[in-house]
Design a protein around this ligand. Structure first.
Ligand SMILES: NC(=O)c1ccc[n+]([C@@H]2O[C@H](COP(=O)([O-])OP(=O)(O)OC[C@H]3O[C@@H](n4cnc5c(N)ncnc54)[C@H](O)[C@@H]3O)[C@@H](O)[C@H]2O)c1
Length: 352
């Protein structure tokens, strides 16, 4: 499915190009994070926003959300000062507002709840505001809960049980989600090894008593589970993986969809990233758009274990890959009725 709408605009305050992709609004208004990043060329940012928005459509559809897929990108050519950052965000907020609720922004790589607060000065179509401003704040905790739910389903399929005690787990990326995962898995008795490119994050990992590995050694390590929790594009056609189970939150982990079959042929169970990483959006939208309590929203995140199990069972029964089955699930939801929806002015209720 190609993108429904792509708007690229140079900000009137900052002169910086920002963009929004509404990949699909078949299931509801498009949701997705706002990426704030330096790109070599604006075209690279456009490629990113198109790929990421398509992944959000699959993520929302598989997770059973009545929202479509979108994404926005601030295409920087250099790291801005604090003052420039604010101007860029206000420009971006004007762009979001001009879409009239077709796209709802949350945090992504390079942005956080405080940036959402700046966006909310110019648009109400934003979620994940800081808790003290009525939002649910960072979604990294619920995202980690969702990864752990998907991991349990994967572990049962690969090892026969979901106990993590004594299992060797490598986590690539000791950021917000990676740190949650490391703490939980170490608490369960797993041998956790982490990797990061940021010295400060490595120091934090050392303080937690975790073992470290260099980023270029991550794929070579023999482990039970590999968790990509840093960047996308980790697995290409020739990538060797030394763990039988791969599940993690990083978006767009494969360089192309055909890589899923390559991994399967190598005996690696790869759980689609758009399934494993849905916990944050499921929790946040449950709380902010559907008025669920913390417990109710968390129960929906935990349900990703059942969704993953169903996908893995279908792949095993049909001799396909989990990616093929997750795509089929998404496609079934997207084609089960619904014409593209126009959001009503109040939809969804945001935290602003
Ligand atoms: N936070 C969420 O709720 C959420 C939801 C869905 C998907 N994701 C995705 O999950 C991933 C992690 O999210 P996060 O919120 O923890 O991000 P983060 O920015 O807090 O952490 C990412 C970490 O990866 C490190 N890193 C970057 N390149 C690396 C490399 N080559 N090798 C090892 N480490 C590297 C960074 O230094 C950083 O510490 C991202 O890809 C993000 O898009 C996050």
């Amino acid at each position: 499915m190609s993108v429904q709408e792509l708007v690229v605009r140079r900000g009137r305050r900052s002169g910086v190009t920002t963009m929004v992709a509404v990949h699909s609004s078949t299931l509801g208004p498009a949701v997705g994070g706002c990426r704030f990043k330096v790109y070599p060329r604006v075209h690279d940012a456009i490629d990113d926003v198109l790929r990421l928005s398509a992944a959000m459509t699959r993520k929302c559809a598989v997770a059973g959300l009545d929202f479509g897929g979108g994404k926005s990108v601030v295409a920087l050519d250099a790291v801005p000062t604090a003052e420039q950052r604010r101007e860029i965000l206000l420009d971006h907020a004007d762009l979001i507002e001009s879409l009239g609720g077709a796209y709802l922004a949350g945090p992504d790589v390079g942005t956080g709840p405080d940036d959402m607060l700046v966006l909310s000065e110019r648009t109400s179509h934003v979620f994940c505001l800081p808790e003290e401003h009525g939002g649910t704040g960072s979604s990294s905790g619920p995202t980690a809960v969702g990864v752990l739910a998907a991991l349990r389903a994967g572990a049962r399929a690969v090892f026969g049980d979901d106990g993590m005690a004594g299992r060797k787990v490598v986590i690539s990326g000791y950021g917000s989600v990676g740190a949650h995962l490391a703490t939980d898995l170490a608490g369960q008795g797993a041998e956790v090894i982490v990797s990061d490119v940021d010295e400060r994050r490595l120091a934090a990992a050392r303080e937690q008593g975790l073992s470290l590995v260099r980023p270029d050694e991550v794929l070579g390590i023999e482990a039970d589970v590999l968790i990509p929790a840093a960047v996308g594009g980790v697995f290409g056609p020739g990538t060797e993986v030394n763990a039988p189970l791969v599940v993690g939150p990083a978006n767009n982990q494969l360089t192309g969809d055909t890589v899923a079959a390559d991994l399967a042929a190598k005996g690696v169970l790869w759980i689609p990233d758009f399934v494993a990483s849905a916990g944050g959006v499921v929790y946040t939208l449950g709380r902010e758009a559907q008025d669920l309590t913390h417990e109710q929203a968390l129960a929906r995140v935990e349900n990703l274990e059942n969704t993953t199990r169903r996908i893995l069972d279908a792949a095993s029964a049909n001799g396909t890959t989990p990616l093929a089955e997750a795509d089929a699930l998404a496609e079934a939801r997207l084609t089960s009725g619904a014409e593209p929806r126009t959001p009503s002015p109040q939809e969804p209720r945001t935290a602003a």
